[in-house]
Design a protein. Sequence first.
Length: 105
Amino acid sequence: MADPMKIRARRLEAPTGAVIKVLMSHPMETGQRKDEDGHVVPAWFIQTVQVRWNDQTVLTADWGPAISKNPFLQLELPAAIPGDRISVTWRDSRGDTRTDEVQVT
């Protein structure tokens, strides 16, 4: 299993709303790079990312090999309030998944 994601969910200055920042730990190999012996490094990248707010899906993204190593994702949830749960799940091309959760502060 991959390292935990770093997720921050902070309240905006408005009466409601939060900004969600996610740093995912993943090598994101394109399948086009060669190792020191000249062999192609197999593709291995995040294919799907899902963000849930209090068990409601608010974002589903399909990614490909062009996304950088350790990708960063940021979004705003206008109706979020402190105490709400934010969970982020990704699935990669090898079938590995990772889910982490935080509360809005």
